[in-house]
Design a protein around this ligand. Structure first.
Ligand SMILES: Cc1ncc(COP(=O)(O)O)c(C=O)c1O
Length: 369
């Protein structure tokens, strides 16, 4: 049973651990990337692996995005259910059950999906004919991340021709998320590595066009590379996700490099124990804040540092002013990685000026199927 606070509740009265979103900042982040995209003549298709809710997708579309990306069919289902009508599943959807669900979504929204194998093209085409729905298809190109994707060259051109010739499928273009370079430290190095990656994507587009097929979509880009990939003329759209809330890992990566995004997401917590001088314990453990990119930072309290996270406890070293923390006090943490933290919570507590404005369900929680 969830006891949801009412609008108008002061943030410090929220029960914890709770994801708190500063609406002014998140909205400014949405506007800032949209302004960059408009200025650079590139479309925006924000990745909903971050927002995981139609609430954010619709805000991003209202600001000018052409649609959104989803990571899984389950994410696409909650987006379509919430009224999102343009969805790119930037991933492979494989096997009968998933593909039937994919066409369930495609009966309510314009859906495009990424493929990287002939077997997958054949099963998608069979289902498209059975459902009588044309499905947009792009190729995922292996651009250097060594995750999924078909290699540029002959392999990509042959697969594109297979999509084009498959009944029920419409060949739309290529994608290649540069996940291997989004966290590269130092702007110059990141730019060099990213442009090499994007060159592989453009080479695949050239190979496909040389084989006689127009490539309408060239989709790439993460938050760490928005101002590199987004300035490449032939890239038609950006897939950035994390910029929405801006987590601590990306703040570290950008360092002194100027960016128009600020941190909108924190996890509100309560000090639950002061067992010894110099040590405090707070209530979000690893089940409330993900730590795969490192331990969270304490926001705005000098002398409080996270020293350990266990399942349900966060242990802090406290010195100076932070020694004054008492059991029952509220503190805020900035997670190193927003997406995997969000995926562990049921609600966003959205505040403006420190006052709760709305509670938004994280409908995409657990939608990894
Ligand atoms: C396919 C794909 N596109 C885009 C992104 C962009 O994400 P971010 O903005 O967090 O770098 C990701 C991140 O995981 C991704 O997997």
């Amino acid at each position: 049973m969830a006891y949801l606070p009412l609008p108008g509740t002061p943030v410090e009265e929220l029960d914890t651990p709770a994801i708190v979103i500063d609406l002014d900042i998140a909205e400014a982040n949405i506007k800032a990337l949209q302004a960059f995209a408009t200025e650079n003549n590139v479309s925006l298709r924000p990745h909903m692996k971050t927002g995981k809710s139609p609430y954010w997708a619709l805000k991003q579309i209202e600001a000018g995005a052409i649609g959104v990306c989803a990571a899984k069919v389950g994410e696409a289902e909650i987006l379509a259910e919430g009224g999102v009508r343009e969805i790119l599943i930037a991933n492979q959807v494989v096997g009968k059950t998933k593909i039937r669900r994919l066409f369930g979504v495609a009966s309510r929204a314009n859906v495009t999906v990424a493929v990287d194998s002939h077997e997958n093209v054949a099963e998608l085409s069979e289902a498209a004919q059975a459902f009588g729905i044309e499905l947009g298809v792009i190729l995922e190109i292996q651009t250097g991340m060594m995750r999924a994707g078909v290699e540029p060259g002959e392999a990509a051109a042959t697969l594109a021709k297979a999509v084009d010739g498959a009944p029920g499928l419409r060949f739309d273009g290529v994608m290649g998320y540069e996940g291997g370079t989004v966290f590269t430290e130092g702007f110059d190095q990141r730019k060099k590595d990213t442009l090499e990656t994007i060159d592989r994507l453009l080479a695949a587009a050239d190979d496909i066009e040389a084989a006689g097929l127009p490539v309408k979509i060239i989709s790439a880009g993460g938050t760490g590379t928005f101002d590199i990939t987004g300035k490449v003329d032939r890239v038609t759209e950006l897939q950035c996700g994390s910029y929405l809330f801006m987590d601590a890992k990306y703040l570290e990566v950008f360092g002194e490099h100027s960016i128009p995004f600020k941190t909108a997401l924190t996890v509100l917590a309560t000090i639950t124990s002061r067992p010894a001088p110099g040590r405090a314990v707070a209530d979000p453990g690893m089940k409330a804040i993900s730590v795969e990119l490192g331990e969270p930072k304490v926001v705005g309290i000098e002398g409080a540092t996270v020293t350990g996270m266990s399942e349900e406890h966060c242990t802090l070293a406290v010195t100076g002013a932070a020694e004054g923390l008492r059991a029952g006090d509220k503190i805020s943490f900035l997670p190193m990685h927003g997406d995997t933290t969000i995926a562990q919570h049921d609600y966003y507590y959205c505040v403006r000026g420190g006052i709760l404005e709305t509670v938004v369900e994280i409908a995409g929680r657990g939608k990894f199927m």
